[in-house]
Design a protein around this ligand. Structure first.
Ligand SMILES: Cc1cc2nc3c(=O)[nH]c(=O)nc-3n(C[C@H](O)[C@H](O)[C@H](O)COP(=O)(O)OP(=O)(O)OC[C@H]3O[C@@H](n4cnc5c(N)ncnc54)[C@H](O)[C@@H]3O)c2cc1C
Ligand SMILES: Cc1cc2nc3c(=O)[nH]c(=O)nc-3n(C[C@H](O)[C@H](O)[C@H](O)COP(=O)(O)O)c2cc1C
Length: 544
């Protein structure tokens, strides 16, 4: 019997796509013939014909679906959405519990499929950043039910879909679950003297690791916490550094566990809920749903040290305390060079995060670790996070428009190195911006060399603190709107990388205005055209 099984994914940085690919392989091993589809490629009329629909979707922005899933969500939530009676479905939602809209896209999908008449195969699973275990459990649940429902021929027993050893990093070898210890071999500051910013170029050796990457991929880095913060936390709690506590399935000293394994710099509602069980009445009161705004304001910019001081959590035994902490999540950094030009090495562009809140100087865990605390010659656990949603066009003759202010420029250095190495013939146009021309023109010599060679066709820059009023990349785009429109009309691919909160929405509305500016195009048409470009992969974003 031929059973119609579709594995559907919506992914921005590649995790959901990897899980969906893994799930598809397991279904094949059961003797089924599943179809794997990105949400951008799912015709809505096919949805109703599917017998089993297994979906994996992540949440981005402020609770939004991934870019390539936006259109799919619109159709599914529209008036003409297909009725899905007879469809059996399951949703795996990926997210980060630190965000207010935890797994919102997965929740919406799960709810909407049910509203349209589809029937749940297994309950939705909501996964935090460290998703391996929950994703495994969900897959097992869904595959078990499926195996029972579609019959149990010898090739369809659950034992035939043994879990793969490292779910997130599909290929054997080093992965997110099994990072490679990479030596930091070079690090230099990209900002000139007098700059208010600290942006670094870092290179790690991946010699002998068998790791490969494509332009657009990111490097995942597992950092260590700041030892001064760990020290303060231990002193505040009057704990013994050597007290044995569980971490990652083994016993470690409390010092090591807090330094390397647990997240101690971010407060989340689930963490506070668990902490309130240690008998803190005021904390329990703050968790009341009506005081949500107050709770959010408290969590913003505070860490575990603030929590234990503010709520006098002194009496809690270390092992009970670490049991409520989540594992340190890795950070991603766009790879700033092409593998072809730098085999054996991987480069990233990292801005050091420093700020002062609630009376204390604080720093970003990973950026301060990599740019300040470790020395060249030391090793850091890393993995390659491949990102199929941020890729050079397959046709080397296609034109590129790259918009990447600040560290957002990193992947475009990789794009141009790659195009130089492969002799691609397409034109390319870079929009770059930062604070000041004199001190903050990241990789200036690279761009000028490529401009001279003709590898980079055009470059427009915006240095906000050199002009009054401030000028940003979106202003430069508007100044050159006619040429930009002509590039777009001739099939150019648009890439945006960098700041998610301010830059990406401004660039998005500049693109809408530019598209609406073409003769006879209404604003809503321009908006639809941009969404269409997104769905087709001609407008790709890697924003954070
Ligand atoms: C796909 C992708 C690609 C990326 N590429 C790059 C890249 O190329 N280069 C790069 O530098 N980064 C990049 N990032 C961001 C990077 O992953 C980290 O988020 C960043 O380095 C901060 O991590 P951290 O550990 O240093 O800071 P964390 O310890 O994670 O702290 C950051 C948090 O500190 C808080 N914070 C920061 N500033 C303030 C302030 N002024 N006031 C109050 N609170 C504040 C905010 O809550 C913020 O979320 C990328 C992210 C993604 C998802
Ligand atoms: C810029 C950015 C915004 C995010 N916003 C949310 C959010 O609003 N809610 C949430 O639960 N997770 C959020 N996440 C976490 C992602 O959903 C999570 O990292 C997921 O594993 C990514 O899967 P993907 O690689 O398939 O896109 C965000 C991540 C990034 C990088």
């Amino acid at each position: 019997m031929e059973v119609d099984v579709t594995v559907l994914y919506g992914s921005q940085t590649g995790n959901a796509a990897r899980i969906a690919t893994d799930l598809t392989r397991r279904l094949r091993r059961m003797g089924l013939r599943p179809v794997l589809r990105c949400m951008s490629e799912m015709p809505s009329n096919r949805l109703a014909e599917t017998r089993y629909l297994l979906s994996v979707v992540s949440t981005h922005g402020q609770g939004d679906p991934p870019d390539k899933a936006v259109r799919f969500y619109e159709v599914l939530h529209g008036e003409n959405a297909p009725r899905l009676v007879g469809v059996r479905f399951a949703v795996l939602a990926l997210g980060d519990i630190g965000y207010a809209q935890f797994c919102a896209a997965g929740r919406r999908l799960d709810q909407r499929l049910a509203e349209l008449g589809a029937e749940r195969l297994v309950p939705r699973a909501d996964c935090d950043v460290d998703y391996t275990e929950s994703a495994e459990a969900w897959m097992h649940g869904a595959l078990d039910v499926l195996a029972r429902e579609v019959g149990g021929g010898p090739r369809r027993r659950p034992s035939d879909y043994r879990p793969t050893a490292t779910l997130p990093g599909m290929p054997a070898g080093y992965s997110r679950a099994r990072p490679f210890s990479a030596e930091l071999v070079d690090r230099f500051k990209l900002n000139g003297r007098g700059s208010g910013k600290a942006t670094y170029h870092l290179e790690f050796s991946i010699e002998g690791a068998g790791l490969k990457y494509e332009p657009g991929d990111a490097l995942g880095v597992y950092p260590e916490n700041d030892p001064r913060l760990v020290e303060e936390l231990l002193r505040a709690m009057r704990w013994d550094d050597d007290a044995p506590v569980p971490a990652g399935g083994a016993k470690h000293s409390l010092w090591d566990a807090l330094l390397r394994y647990y997240e101690i710099t971010r407060l989340t509602r689930p963490l506070l809920e668990q902490a309130s069980r240690f008998g803190m009445p005021y904390l329990a009161e703050l968790l009341h749903p009506e005081r949500k705004a107050e709770l959010d304001a408290y969590m913003d910019g505070r860490d575990l040290l603030d929590l234990v001081r503010d709520f006098s959590l002194w009496h809690v035994p270390p092992a009970e305390f670490v049991a409520i902490l989540r594992r340190m999540p890795p950070r991603l950094y766009s790879i700033a060079g092409s593998y072809r030009a730098n085999a054996g090495r991987v480069a990233v562009t990292m801005a050091t995060v420093r700020y002062r809140t609630h009376g204390r100087d604080r720093c970003g865990v990973c950026s301060a670790y990599c740019t300040d605390r470790i020395s060249v010659g030391e090793c850091v656990p890393v993995f390659v996070n491949d990102n199929p949603n941020f890729r050079l066009p397959a046709d080397p003759a296609s034109d590129l428009v790259m918009i990447g202010p600040g560290t957002g420029v990193a992947p475009f250095r990789a794009f141009l190195q790659e195009r130089e190495a492969t002799g691609a013939t397409g034109k390319s146009w870079l929009f770059f911006g930062d604070h000041r021309f004199r001190t903050d023109f990241l990789y200036q010599t690279d761009w000028h060399r490529w401009l001279q060679q003709g590898r980079l066709t055009r470059m427009d820059v915006a240095f906000s603190r050199d002009t009054e009023p401030k000028t940003y990349v979106q202003h430069r785009m508007m100044e050159h709107r006619r040429e930009l429109l002509s590039w777009l009309n001739h099939g150019a691919y648009v890439y945006v990388c960098g700041n998610q909160k301010r830059m990406a929405p401004s660039v998005h509305s500049a693109l809408e205005t530019i598209l609406a500016g073409s003769a006879g195009t209404a604003p809503c048409e321009a908006c639809n055209r941009l969404k269409e470009l997104m769905t087709q992969g001609r407008y790709q974003r890697d924003v954070y």
